[in-house]
Write a new protein. Structure first.
Length: 188
C-alpha cells in the first residue's frame, strides 16, 4: 500500500470552506482509505491506499463535494514524491536562511499542481519575477522564493495563470508532512 498525502485547496481560509479535520478524516475512512490522519487545519490528510492517483483524486473530490457542498481541488502526492520535492529544492540553504533572517515571514513555498503546465503558461509567470520574488518549475511543482513575504506577492497572486489546479504549502509544512509520512511507512 502506498502512503499518500492529500492537499486540499482553499479549506478553512478566511472563514470560508470550513471543514473540521475530524469530519474530513471520517470521509477518508468512509472511502475505505487506511491509517488516515490529518495535519493542521489547512486540509492536509495522510493515508494509505492501493488505488492510483487519478482515481483517488476524483473519488475524494466527489465525496467532499457531496458531504460538505464544497468544490475543493485535491492534490495528491505519494510519500516518495513529497520527499523528492524536498530533495529537489532549487534554492540553497544559504539563500533561504538569509531571506528568512531579513524577513518576518517564511521565504519558501511550493505550489503543488495536478499536472505540469504548458511551456506557454509557464512563460507567462516570467512577468511577475523580480529580485525579491523568484520561482522554479520542476515537473508538477512551482518552488516559490520570497525575500520579503508572500503577502501581496504579484507572483503568488498570478499562479492561477498556469491554468492548472494547484495548492500552495510552506516549506515547514511540507517537511512536517514528509516526516509524518515516513513515520507512517515505518510503523507497519
Amino acid at each position: 500500500m502506498a502512503a499518500y498525502i492529500a492537499l486540499l485547496r482553499g479549506i478553512n481560509v478566511g472563514g470560508k470552506n470550513i471543514i473540521k479535520m475530524a469530519e474530513l478524516k471520517r470521509i477518508f475512512e468512509a472511502l475505505g482509505l487506511c491509517e488516515v490522519q490529518t495535519y493542521i487545519q489547512s486540509g492536509n490528510v495522510l493515508f494509505k491506499s492501493n488505488e492510483g492517483e487519478e482515481a483517488l483524486r476524483k473519488k475524494i473530490e466527489h465525496e467532499i463535494g457531496v458531504v460538505f457542498g464544497i468544490s475543493s481541488p485535491v492534490i495528491l502526492r505519494t510519500a516518495a514524491e513529497l520527499e523528492t520535492i524536498i530533495l529537489n529544492c532549487p534554492f540553497s540553504d544559504r539563500e533561504i536562511s538569509e531571506a528568512e533572517a531579513s524577513s518576518e515571514a517564511e521565504s519558501l513555498y511550493v505550489s503543488l499542481m495536478t499536472h505540469a503546465p504548458s511551456q506557454e503558461k509557464m512563460d507567462c509567470l516570467n512577468a511577475y519575477k523580480s529580485a525579491d520574488e523568484e520561482y522554479r518549475i520542476i515537473g508538477r511543482e512551482v518552488y516559490l522564493f520570497f525575500r520579503n513575504s508572500i503577502r501581496n506577492s504579484k507572483l503568488a497572486n498570478n499562479l492561477q495563470k498556469l491554468d492548472v489546479s494547484a495548492t500552495v504549502r510552506n516549506w515547514k509544512t511540507l517537511n512536517k508532512l514528509v516526516g509524518l509520512a515516513k513515520a507512517m511507512n515505518t510503523s507497519h
